[in-house]
Ligand binder design. Structure first.
Ligand SMILES: [Zn+2]
Length: 446
C-alpha cells in the first residue's frame, strides 16, 4: 500500500495537538481546583465569638469561645488553635453566649386578647391582616433571641403558618425557624367560637372531626399541607360553662398516633384535666400543653411514659391580668394557686419540662415572660435555660440541629448581658443574635 505523506503528517499533527490539549486541560483543572479552594476559604465566613461565659445548652462554662463557619458551629470550648486567616472576631465582653432560644408554644396568628378578643380575631380579622400581624410577630420573636418556635395552631388561619415558614426560609422576611402544626384537630362541637343559634355554624379555631374516617383523613391532610407536628385538643368544654371533658376515645387516639407515627410526626396534646391528660399520655404523645389540673398520679404517669410537660404559665398569668387581677397587689386568684401547684407537682415527679408560654395570648417578643414565671414558680434558672434550649430541642426531635452549642449544629447563637443562670431576667437583654450563620443583632456594650 502506498504511503501517503500528507495523511501521516495530519495524523502526527493531530496526535501532537491532542497531547497539548490534554496538558492544557490538566493545567486548567489544577488552576480551577486551586481557585475553588481559595474561594471557599474566602466565602466561608468564620466568626469567633468571645463572651464572658458560654451556656452550651446543658452547662455554664467560663473561658469558652465559639467558632462559627458559614451556617454551622465549627467548635465550642476552651480552644487553643490557629484561627483561619479570614476569621472575624466578635468581642462580647460582659455577656453570656447561649444557643438560640426555642419557644415551645407560640401562636403567630394570634395577638394579645386585651387588644382584640380571641373570638373577634378568629371571626372578624381578615386572613391578610392576620398574616400581616404574623410577619411582625415573627420578627419580634427573632429579635428577642428566639431562633426557633413550635407554633401550635393558626386558630382559624388555615395552613398559613406553613406558608409563613417557607417565606422565612426563603429569606423573604426575617423570623425564627418554625415547627408548625397548621390547623390543629378538635372533636366536632367542642371548640370555639360558639354559636347560640343552632342553625348557624361559625368558622372554628381548629379543624373539626367526627368519626375515625374523618380523623384519619384530617391527620393525613394536615401532614401533606405542611404540619411538622400534629396538635390535638384532648379535652374541652362541650358547652359554655361546662366542665372540661375528654374529646376523643381511646380508639380515636390510636388512629391519630398510628397515622402520625407513619408520617414521622410527633403528636402534641392540649389537655387541662386529669382524665384527658392520662389518655394522651397512655397514647404516647410527646408533650402535654397546659395541664392546669394535673394531679400527682398524672405526672407520675407522664414521667413513666416519657411525656414532657409544657405548662404555659404565662398565658394564665396574662389572661387573669386582662380580667382585672393586679399582680403583686391583689391576692393570688384560685387559678394561679392551682397552676403553681400542678407545676410544682410536675417538678417533684421529675417530669421533663419544656419552655413554652402560649405566646400570642400575650405580646410576641415577650417570650421571656414564661421563663421568668418558671423561676417564680420554683424552677432553678439554669434548668429553665436548659428547657428553652437542649430540652426543647430533644423533646421536639431537633437535637441534631439546634438547642446546643456544639460542632455541626446550625449556627443559632445569642448573647445576653450578664448571667441569666443567676438572674433569669438577663435573658431579655440581648446583645447579639445570629440565626443560620447570619447576624441579626450585634450591638455594642451599653
Ligand atoms: Zn396555645
Amino acid at each position: 500500500m502506498q504511503r501517503n505523506p500528507y495523511i501521516e503528517g495530519v495524523t502526527f499533527r493531530f496526535a501532537f495537538s491532542s497531547l497539548i490539549n490534554i496538558l492544557l486541560l490538566l493545567l486548567f483543572l489544577f488552576i480551577f481546583q486551586l481557585t475553588t479552594l481559595f474561594l471557599n476559604a474566602q466565602t466561608d465566613s468564620f466568626y469567633l465569638l468571645k463572651p464572658d461565659r458560654v451556656f452550651d445548652g446543658e452547662q455554664m462554662h467560663e473561658n469558652w469561645i465559639v467558632l462559627i463557619k458559614g451556617n454551622k458551629i465549627e467548635a465550642a470550648g476552651s480552644m487553643n488553635f490557629k484561627l483561619p486567616s479570614n476569621t472575624r472576631i466578635i468581642e462580647l465582653k460582659g455577656t453570656t453566649l447561649l444557643p438560640g432560644l426555642i419557644e415551645g408554644h407560640s401562636h403567630f396568628f394570634l395577638h394579645p386578647y386585651n387588644e382584640v378578643s380571641w373570638n373577634d380575631q378568629v371571626l372578624k380579622e381578615s386572613r391578610a391582616e392576620r398574616t400581616a400581624r404574623a410577619v411582625n410577630h415573627a420578627k419580634a420573636t427573632l429579635m428577642a433571641g428566639f431562633t426557633t418556635v413550635r407554633d401550635l395552631g393558626t386558630e382559624g388561619a388555615m395552613y398559613d403558618d406553613a406558608g409563613l415558614k417557607r417565606a422565612i426560609e426563603k429569606g423573604v422576611i426575617p423570623g425564627p425557624r418554625m415547627i408548625v402544626a397548621t390547623r390543629a384537630i378538635v372533636a366536632k362541637g367542642t371548640y370555639a367560637p360558639r354559636s347560640e343559634n343552632a342553625d348557624i355554624d361559625l368558622p372554628q379555631g381548629a379543624e373539626e372531626v367526627a368519626g375515625l374516617d374523618e380523623l384519619s383523613k384530617t391527620v393525613r391532610s394536615q401532614m401533606s399541607k405542611g404540619a411538622d407536628v400534629i396538635k390535638v385538643y384532648a379535652d374541652y368544654r362541650y358547652g359554655p360553662n361546662e366542665e372540661t371533658r375528654p374529646a376523643f376515645t381511646e380508639k380515636e387516639w390510636n388512629i391519630i398516633m398510628t397515622i402520625a407515627k407513619n408520617g414521622g410526626r410527633k403528636v402534641v396534646a392540649h389537655a387541662m384535666a386529669p382524665e384527658a391528660m392520662k389518655m394522651a399520655a397512655m397514647a404516647g404523645v410527646s408533650t402535654i400543653e397546659h395541664g392546669d389540673e394535673g394531679t400527682d398520679e398524672v405526672f407520675k404517669l407522664m414521667k413513666e411514659k416519657g411525656v414532657a410537660f409544657c405548662a404555659t404559665l404565662a398565658a394564665g398569668d396574662a389572661i387573669l391580668q386582662y380580667k382585672g387581677w393586679k399582680k403583686g397587689v391583689d391576692p393570688e386568684p384560685a387559678d394561679i394557686i392551682e397552676k403553681k401547684k400542678s407545676f410544682q407537682l410536675a417538678l417533684r415527679n421529675g417530669v421533663t419540662i419544656c419552655m413554652g408560654g402560649d405566646v400570642g395570648v400575650y405580646t410576641h417578643g415577650d417570650n421571656a415572660r414564661e421563663m421568668e414565671l418558671m423561676v417564680e414558680y420554683g424552677m432553678k434558672p439554669l434548668d429553665v435555660l436548659r428547657s428553652a434550649t437542649s430540652v426543647n430541642a430533644d423533646v421536639f426531635g431537633y437535637a441534631d440541629k439546634i438547642g446546643r452549642l456544639k460542632k455541626g449544629l446550625w449556627a443559632d447563637v445569642i448573647a445576653v448581658e450578664n448571667d441569666p443562670s443567676r438572674e433569669i431576667k438577663a435573658i431579655r437583654a440581648t446583645r447579639f443574635i445570629m440565626k443560620d450563620g447570619k447576624i441579626y443583632l450585634d450591638s455594642k456594650q451599653p
